[in-house]
Design a protein around this ligand. Sequence first.
Ligand code: ADP
Ligand code: MG
Length: 389
Amino acid sequence: MDIHEYQAKQLLSKYGVSIPPGEVVYQTHEAENIVSWLNEEKIIVKAQVHAGGRGKAGGVKVCNNHQEVIKTVDKMIGMRIITPQTSEEGKIVTRVYLEKAYEIKKEFYFCITVDRETGGNTIISSKKGGVDIEEVAEKYPDEIFKMKISPGSDLLTHHARTIVYNLGLSGNAAKKAQKNILGIYKAFTSLDAAMIEVNPLAVVNDDDILVLDCKSSFDDNALYRQRQVAEMKDENEYDPLELEAARHDLNYVKLDGNIGLMVNGAGLSMATMDIIKHYGGEAANFMDVAGAATPERVAAAFKLIYRDSDVKGILINIFGGMMRCNDIAEGLVNASKEVGLDKPLVVRLEGTNVEMGMEILKNSGFPIKPVDTMEQAAKDVVTLVKEKK
Ligand code: ADP
Ligand code: MG
């Protein structure tokens, strides 16, 4: 799960990390109070969307007086922002962050991620911050400094000192940077983060170090014990179908094709997508009805896929081990009644009571086609969808 810049900054400040004074605003009139409270000559207005590259896309603007702030807030709220990190449609800005604007002396890049290879964490830092880090990595690979922290080991002062040294800092600035780096790392591990990226980590005034931007994402499987993070979820940022899936604990990812899939088990889901492709079709989604495929979950998952207007046909591939196939079939028929099924539906069931399940589907009165093998199921759904066009 991702959170907004201002939320990440709130969390980081609890771990002793230095951030500028600022406040979030949802409506233009709220900005007036915030502007007086901030009482700063220069204020920066920042669109809060889950994407980087906002600066270049008109989503970050330094304002020189209070009237300019109000005007900018008014313009930015409701604006569509398109960056290399958003989809082509971009994102609508529903909230903006106002914070003190500084004269920046230096901009660094600093990021912590989980290292899938070692199971530890990797810290990436660079003197060339502020700009596109992908570009720096490509053009100046020597300017990127990586440090791996072993699983179970903490970030120690000497690690932080090495990073700061590599950033070319000394004296007071180095001390402050160290404190910030240790704080960000503490936040990362305490909050079950998957990634915290600070770009820029900036030197302002003579030797003050501040986090001026922060992108972060958190481990979904740990959200149950990270309520303060979980509550920061901004539902505007998600596809409505994906939100609905999350509510039912279904592993769902929207894709570009037109064949809706519902499968139990991630491995079987992948194999089903492959076989669809093999027969010339494209999946409209990945869907693993994780956990037990109970009739209720199967019905919820089915309705969700059905609601997707890109879906022209559906393939259900369920292995009923613990669950009985007749219960699953009944769940499907009930859900078909609810939606008034008129898209082709091919069902391959296997497992306990499979014959009973198939019988229920055959006699349902809906355009449901029960088949015995996965191969047949894939062939049939691809053909039915093509015929429908
Ligand atoms: P993004 O990375 O999405 O473009 P940033 O928050 O990094 O958004 O803002 C873009 C640039 O604006 C930063 O690289 C930095 O140079 C500048 N900036 C951001 N926050 C401030 C601030 N509080 N004061 C001065 N400049 C800032
Ligand atoms: Mg940035």
